[in-house]
Write a protein that binds this ligand. Sequence first.
Ligand SMILES: Nc1ncnc2c1ncn2[C@@H]1O[C@H](COP(=O)(O)OP(=O)(O)OP(=O)(O)O)[C@@H](O)[C@H]1O
Length: 339
Amino acid sequence: MFTFRSDMGIDLGTASVLVYIKNKGIVLQEPSVVAIDKNTDKVLAVGEEARRMIGRTPGNIIAIRPLKDGVISDYDITERMIKHFITKAAGKFFFKPRIIICVPSGVTGVEKRAVIEASMQAGAKKTYLIEEPIAAAVGAGIDITQPDGNMVIDMGGGTTDIAVISLGGIVVSTSIKLAGDKMDEAIVKYMRRKHNILVGERTAEDMKVRIGTAYPRDKQVSMDVRGRDLVTGLPKTIKVSSEEMLIALEETVTTIAEAVHSVLEQTPPELAADISDKGMIMTGGSCLLNGMDKLIKNRTGIEVIIAEDAVSCVAKGTGESLNSMDILEKQMTTESKSY
Ligand SMILES: Nc1ncnc2c1ncn2[C@@H]1O[C@H](COP(=O)(O)OP(=O)(O)OP(=O)(O)O)[C@@H](O)[C@H]1O
């Protein structure tokens, strides 16, 4: 089916890719996973279909997450993944779309060019890149053009980006490679250390979402977890409580709260006063971890607001930035402007 020009915003995340099309909203949300046949180098599946293959692939098939820790770890695969998602989201287009892509904050100039190249090859008329905290703020409904201090904490899969934004620009920021993936790893380590059980990446993520917590819960919850007993080598099921998750996640979540505190310390006083009045906004999938808002509030004394549709904020903000391209142009990567 042919569609008329549909400007497109893409959140190229470590954990998932979201595509936003103007006037349509989020049209695609899939994990950033690609399954490859090692022998032929052929892409077998992308997104959800590829994710289901993680940990279950025969020798010749590998499921790759081409973005890791907020950087592009596999270039070529990232390029192929972007092309696949653009084509899937847009169908065949009549007018080439303008595409704006939000990349993890740690990517290098070379990686940025690879992303732009992939987008151009997939049929973009022009490609722009945008910084993650700016996109998150726009998606959370903040008018970033005002001379007001706004603080955004975007906690994704690979990175947590913390930024103070005013007049459309980032005043102070930091990006740490600690977010959802590291929480999952911490759970795997805890289960091995405490229970002598090996659990998979997906089980750990499930535990985090269902019983994980960053702050003591009012009411304890627990779940049955299946893994491999490291002593007998056989499958085993045990009950794990949210109290245990608090211990497993403590180091990771405390470091994130400390990073927020340190950005606040570097914030100019007027902007800090604005933030203190309005509260900080949290976006990204990992901000949904139970008690994360309470932990940060407890550490900083400032109210924390979880944005509506926290997971899709960056994609939404990326897409909406197309409307205010002139104001935001200064935020975009210079090398992307000329394409
Ligand atoms: N309810 C929840 N509780 C805790 N964590 C959650 C929840 N829902 C999603 N997550 C986590 O959020 C992370 C994904 O978030 P998101 O989709 O915002 O990341 P991303 O944009 O792909 O990553 P990045 O911004 O680092 O590139 C995953 O680690 C996932 O496990």
